[in-house]
Design a protein around this ligand. Sequence first.
Ligand SMILES: Cc1cc2nc3c(=O)[nH]c(=O)nc-3n(C[C@H](O)[C@H](O)[C@H](O)COP(=O)(O)OP(=O)(O)OC[C@H]3O[C@@H](n4cnc5c(N)ncnc54)[C@H](O)[C@@H]3O)c2cc1C
Length: 360
Amino acid sequence: MKIYKAAIIGLGPSGLAVNKILYGDSTNEVIAFENEDINKRDNYFGFWLTDWMKPFENIIEKKWYQWTIGNKNINIIHTISDKPYCVISFKKWKNFCLETKNKLEIKNKKVAKYFPVQNYFKVITDDNTEYYAEKIYDSRSTKEKKGELLQHFYGINITVPDNTFNKNELTLMHFTEEENILHFIYVLPFSHNKALVESTVFSKYAFHSSWYKEKINDYLKKKNIAEFKEQSSEEGIIPMFFAEEKRSANSNIFNIGIRGGACKPSTGYAFSFLIKQIQLLKNSKKNYVNIHKFLERKMDRIFINFLKNNREDGGSFIKLASNLNGNEFQSFMMGESNLLTKLKIIISMPKLVFIRELLK
Ligand SMILES: Cc1cc2nc3c(=O)[nH]c(=O)nc-3n(C[C@H](O)[C@H](O)[C@H](O)COP(=O)(O)OP(=O)(O)OC[C@H]3O[C@@H](n4cnc5c(N)ncnc54)[C@H](O)[C@@H]3O)c2cc1C
């Protein structure tokens, strides 16, 4: 009976990070289970270049030192000098994380269950095969939960005539007026004639892809971009609630990625946080690390409750952006804001609503 050093459940970004960061320099034998074909997956992960992301600078696709947040009436421009907004593609992350010294065996199978037996685990896949491992890294997560908000989106990678986009300026959030939902367009201009244009909604239910496509077309039309070729698309649902599984009672079970609480639910940013999580686990004797600080979590909860219980058209985000400079904004998004920035954020929120949510 072969007992692997570790079993990774799910080869999304966090499962891959476990292979690279925790086992990449060892000669351990690791097994990973993934029920989808990850070679077909490709999308971009955005983040600001914090210190913990610097080791991955070589695989960054593009950096932007300027971004905008606005609507049809107002456009706030933020600039930054040392922590630009960056993207890494899933494909590059996958190749980077699979290039290691350790032996990784990948099974294209769904894990049905696992449980401890003596000092190891028995993992059973849905074809009823049994595997054994000393540790479990589990990244399966619940993406939707009744009554909770979701961030759902659909984006297209397009090519357009020359000099259409300003390749140095990213559109982080361009809010459009919609009835009862919060919607914005996100544009990553990779060059003057190539961009990812994404339609994103915060609401309790996801929509059919045709809904987002219509919003993207409306936006492009308003920008006088009539001619474009669609190269590929990406879509997703990110939970805007804290994961319940976070901590396991068994010290050899590690809940990772979104399942392990990596997502900052008020923004949907998870990629750089799940990497931080695995880096912290490497230096910890525990099976759980707090990625988001207490005050950040508290503020996130208040903000999510505010979004859940109030009609929001993006005005609060624009006000927040107008009260902060680029450095302060990125520090807030990456969970590194100081007390003064936190105060500026609180001041940007509608006072009565904020106090009501705080007292809940
Ligand atoms: C299209 C898209 C774009 C995003 N963009 C950004 C971004 O710009 N910035 C950012 O910070 N975050 C972004 N996110 C959010 C977040 O970074 C991603 O959701 C990320 O994929 C989370 O990684 P994960 O490893 O926690 O989970 P997942 O990526 O969901 O990986 C879990 C894996 O487990 C597999 N699995 C599930 N059940 C089983 C089972 N029973 N057996 C075997 N395998 C199983 C799944 O197939 C999946 O591959 C984006 C998400 C999506 C979907």
